[in-house]
Design a protein around this ligand. Sequence first.
Ligand code: GDP
Length: 295
Amino acid sequence: MFENLQDKLDRAFKVLKGQGTITEINVAETMKEIRKALLDADVNYKTAKAFTDDVRQKALGQNVLTAVSPGQLLTKIMNDELAELMGGSASELETNANPTIILIAGLNGAGKTTFSGKLANFLKTKKGKKPLLVAGDVYRPAAIDQLQVLGGQIDVPVYVNLESKDPVGIAQEGIAEAKRNGNNVVIIDTAGRLAIDEAMMNEIAAVKQSTNPHEILFVVDSMTGQDAVNTAKAFNDRLDFSGVVLTKLDGDTRGGAALSIKSVVNKPIKFIGTGEKMDALDVFYPDRMASRILG
Ligand code: GDP
C-alpha cells in the first residue's frame, strides 16, 4: 500500500540521507519534493501545503540543520506530523450502550456490506460482544444474500425482512429483535448508490433520525483517491458521521485519502479494510500508518 507515495518520498529523502549536512535551501527543496509527492498521491493541496509548512518550521525550530543525522530527525518530525494529521492516536469505537446501534453508510461498492460483517466479527471475537446484523439495503437483494452468507461464516445472526422496502422500519425491527434476543450491538447495513444522490441521503438521514445511532461509520474505498475526500465531505455534511472506514488498503492504493479525509471532515479514521476475508480488518493507528507511508 501507498507504494506511489512511498517511492516518491524515498526519492525525496535520498537527497537528504546522502548528505552529511543539510542547508536551509535543501530543506526547502525537499519540502517542495514532498509536497509534490503528496499531491501526486491525491492529497488535497491545502493538506499538503499545511503539512510541509509545519514540517519545515519544526525542522528549522529543532535545528535539523545542525543535527548529527538530519535525515533521521526530519523523518521523525514528518512521522509525528503525519500521525498528528491523521488523528494522533487511535480512536475507539463507542460500544458501551446496550444495545449499541451502529449505522453503516457509503456509496455502492465501497465495501459497506463486507465491513458490516468484518465489524460484527471483530466485536464478537475481540470485544466479546453479541452483535446482530441488519440487512437494510432494500434495493439490492444480492446485498441481503451477501450479508446472510457473511453472517453464516462468522456465526452472527442477520435480521432480514424480504417483504419490506422500508429501511427505517427494517432498522427499527432489527433493533427490537436485538433487544428480544439479547444482542448488545446492532450493525445496520444501508443502501448506497453509485454516486451521491439526494434520495439516498434522505433515506439514510431518516434511518439515523429514527434509530439515534451511537456510531455512524462512513465506509469509503481508498482506491477512489480525491473522490474519497469529496464523498466523505458530502456524507459528513448530511449525516455528521462519527468515524471513517477506509477499505481496500491491501490493493495498489494511493495514500491520499488517509491523509486528507481527517483534515477535510475532521472525523477520525477508525478502521481499515485490508482484504475481502472477514478477518481482514485493522483498527486504524495513525502512527503506524505514518511509519508505513514514510517507510
Ligand atoms: P457495498 O456495495 O458498499 O456493500 O460493497 P461490498 O461490501 O459489496 O464490497 C464491494 C467489493 O469490494 C466486494 O467484492 C468486496 O469483496 C470488496 N471489498 C470490500 N472490502 C475490501 C477490502 O478491504 N479489500 C479488498 N481487496 N476488497 C474489498
